[in-house]
Structure formats: C-alpha cells, structure tokens
Design a protein. Structure first.
Length: 127
C-alpha cells in the first residue's frame, strides 16, 4: 500500500465496524428483543473504541523521531483487561446471555477480516 491506501483501509475498517454493529443491533432487536440488542450494541461500541485505541497506540509506538513512553506499551496490553471487565459488567447489569456482548466485541475483528478480503480482491483485479 502506498500513498492514500493505508488511510482508506483504516477508514474502511471504521465503516465496516459501524456497519456490522448496526446490522447486529437490528438483528438482535428483531430476533431476541431490546436487552440483548443493547448488550450487542454496547459490545460493538467497545469494539469500535478498541479499534480507535489500537490505531492511536500503534501510531504512538511506531518507529520515528518521537520518544517512546512505557505507559503506552502498558495501555496496549491493558485494553484487553478493560474490555473483559466492561463485557462482564454489561452481562451482569443487563442480565443477558454473554454471547450478545462477545459478538458485539468481535465486530472490529470481522471488519478487519472483511477489509483484508476487500484488499486482496482489489489487488487481484487491479493487477
């Protein structure tokens, strides 16, 4: 990837994460009701935030002229603990099946995989 391509790929991941979050929320609302839909939406919101934090932290630790800060490496790892505790709190507060929250937390993973497939297909057809 050169030039604008990395930025369009990152934008695509944000759009896909949001799209998967909305689609999952609507599906959960239609099939299982408002509480599981809210649990999925909160999980998807956490996933969206995790994607943003991952992007920020990856820019913070990339090689360059900036000084590296040790707390950034700790934040990189501790975000998983934060997501774990947030997911636990959502399940306990809403009294829902944890699957809705887990699937919501996986929306950015689905977006990354979908974006990678789109990049492969675009690369295949452009060459």
């Amino acid at each position: 990837m050169t030039g604008e391509a990395p930025f369009s790929s990152v934008r695509r991941m944000y759009w896909l994460t949001g799209s998967f979050g909305v689609i999952g929320f609507v599906w959960y609302f239609a099939v299982q009701g408002p509480r599981p839909a809210l649990a999925f939406a909160l999980g998807a919101l956490g996933s969206f935030g995790n994607l943003g934090l991952f992007e920020w932290l990856s820019h913070a630790v990339e090689p360059g002229e900036r000084t590296q800060k040790p707390w950034q490496a700790g934040a990189f790892i501790s975000r998983y603990l934060i997501l774990l505790f947030a997911g636990y709190a959502i399940v306990k507060l809403l009294g829902v099946n944890p699957l809705a929250v887990i699937l919501g937390l996986l929306t950015s993973t689905a977006a990354v995989l979908t974006s990678a497939i789109v990049e492969l297909v675009m690369g295949f057809f452009s060459s």
